[in-house]
Design a protein. Structure first.
Length: 270
């Protein structure tokens, strides 16, 4: 290996895909496979110093909570994901490696395969025939609030009582009612969120919960109530989506939206 250069590692595959005409993170070098005994690592050559500077800049941008990173540093992260996703196109089982995995040379790659061979074999078997699908669930909190107040007899009664009271008493009862409605909605949302997660999980081999994103990050008017990932057999993906459609119909009164994204490599399960 030329001094100052190394190998960027993207993913583990069982056997090298037949065609690997994919450009790596440096936009110059094509990816290729290195490995033995049905375990291959997909790599490409990089200039180590240049790549490390890009990663430092990327971390700096992410620390500033930049919503859309369009510079060269952001492109290297996108290139990492593009390579891994391209490997999936012929139904290859892919075990994605952590972004920024750099090895000195092919000898170092082979040593990693030897040292972690059993782990890689186990992951390849676990992910065979499966893909990751992301799910984000959103609801209209105002629509839900109105539905609860209009349909729950307890709140309908309080609303009727409030209209007959003096201004001061009506104000106090209104505050009490607002608090009780919030508590009721919180309980209801916890139940609905758990139901969605579990129902869709029945179609998956594994499920993973991610952090809820605030509205300033999603850019949506609706509020996110669930952020999850599912490891699903390719043959069950259509049924997963059908279950999602059924849940949206069931909870139409809160204007439930279920947004699936995928198929992805199993990022959340490695």
């Amino acid at each position: 290996m030329i001094p100052g250069r190394g190998l960027y590692a993207y993913a583990i595959v069982g056997k090298s895909p037949q065609q690997l005409e994919i450009v790596g993170v440096d936009k110059k070098s094509n990816v290729y496979s290195v490995g033995e005994n049905d375990i291959c690592v997909i790599v490409s050559e990089i200039a180590i110093d240049q790549f490390q500077n890009q990663v430092k800049n990327l971390i700096s941008e992410l620390t500033k909570n930049t919503e859309n990173i369009q510079n060269e540093s952001g492109e290297v992260l996108q290139a990492h994901e593009t390579v891994i996703e391209a490997l999936m196109h012929d139904d290859t089982t892919v075990v994605p490696l952590k972004f920024g995995t750099v090895l000195k040379d092919e000898k170092a790659v082979l040593k990693m395969v030897q040292d972690r061979g059993e782990e890689f074999k186990s992951l390849l078997a676990r992910f065979a025939g499966k893909v990751e699908w992301g799910l984000k669930a959103y609801i209209d909190i105002q629509a839900l609030n109105k539905y609860v107040v209009d349909t729950e007899s307890k709140f309908s009664d309080l609303k009727a009582r409030r209209e007959k009271l003096s201004r001061g008493a009506a104000y106090l009862l209104g505050k009490k009612m607002e608090e009780e409605v919030r508590d009721h909605i919180a309980t209801l949302l916890a139940q609905v969120t758990e139901e969605i997660f579990q129902e869709l999980g029945r179609e998956a081999s594994e499920a993973h919960l991610n952090n809820i994103l605030p509205q300033k990050m999603t850019g949506k008017k609706k509020e996110m109530i669930l952020n999850a990932a599912y490891l699903v057999e390719r043959t069950k993906v259509a049924h997963l989506h059908q279950q999602g459609k059924s849940l949206m119909e069931k909870y139409e009164f809160m204007s439930l939206d279920l947004e699936f994204s995928g198929p992805w490599p199993p990022y959340n399960f490695t």
